[in-house]
Design a protein. Sequence first.
Length: 280
Amino acid sequence: MKIKLMESLLECPVCYETMKPPILQCIKGHSLCGNCCDPSKLTKCPTCRSAMSTTRNYQLEQIIKQMKLDSKVKCPFAEEGCQFVLKASEMLEHKKECRYRMFECEGKKYCGWNCNWTGPIDKICDHFKTEHTLLEFKGAYKKDLDLKENTKHVAAIDFGKRSHIFWMKSKVDVEKEKCFWVFQRIGLEKQAANFYYEFELCDGPVRKLKVSEFCEGDVREAEDIFKSEKCVSIPFNLIKNYIDKSGKINFRYRIMKYNSEHPVAALQDKTTGNIKNERV
Ligand SMILES: [Zn+2]
Ligand SMILES: [Zn+2]
Ligand SMILES: [Zn+2]
Ligand SMILES: [Zn+2]
């Protein structure tokens, strides 16, 4: 049935809008919004003048609900630049991960830092640069690691001159006796797997512990990812071997683009067998 005809059939004879649940009927079966049926003002059916009943039209309520979900809507962040037009049901999901939404400071959200910043995606790097930590797509660090306390940390990573932004989140979990790291890309969940990261704990030129894993989207809770262990997850008894005398660990990380047509293995150099460094 044509949408316009459908809409006119679902129009309430009192408010002239699409009927809203609860939908009530007259004794002959004409329907209207429950809210438009105030018994002090409306005693007879506006269509046939029969008495109103208190019988709800559940099927019609379901049809209207479904029609609303199937109709296409613009992203609520269209003015900010988002071009997505989706079914209302899909938009509910999209707007949670839309890159044009407003962001709370991830330090507050994830670590509980006392920071009340909110802003759009293109201001996140500036905020983390001035107030917290902004990192490059790769780096090598020496960091204190105290395994006696639960701690969390987050840094922003600027990848490709701000064309992509990632969170590097870490956690020391005393109860689980594990340390976690994860790299999450801000934006659509399904695009996150276009990137992967390598994370390496090192102690001198020989002793290394390396994890290579796909990036996650930023909407997923880090706690959830840590639970799934699809991240860097290192038990205390293993990471202890990498803590030096001053209580620090050395680690390196690097985020890279993943090309499914030319996966990493294809980069293997036939002459030497070494993996070539992938350009970013
Ligand atoms: Zn109405
Ligand atoms: Zn009627
Ligand atoms: Zn959007
Ligand atoms: Zn902040």
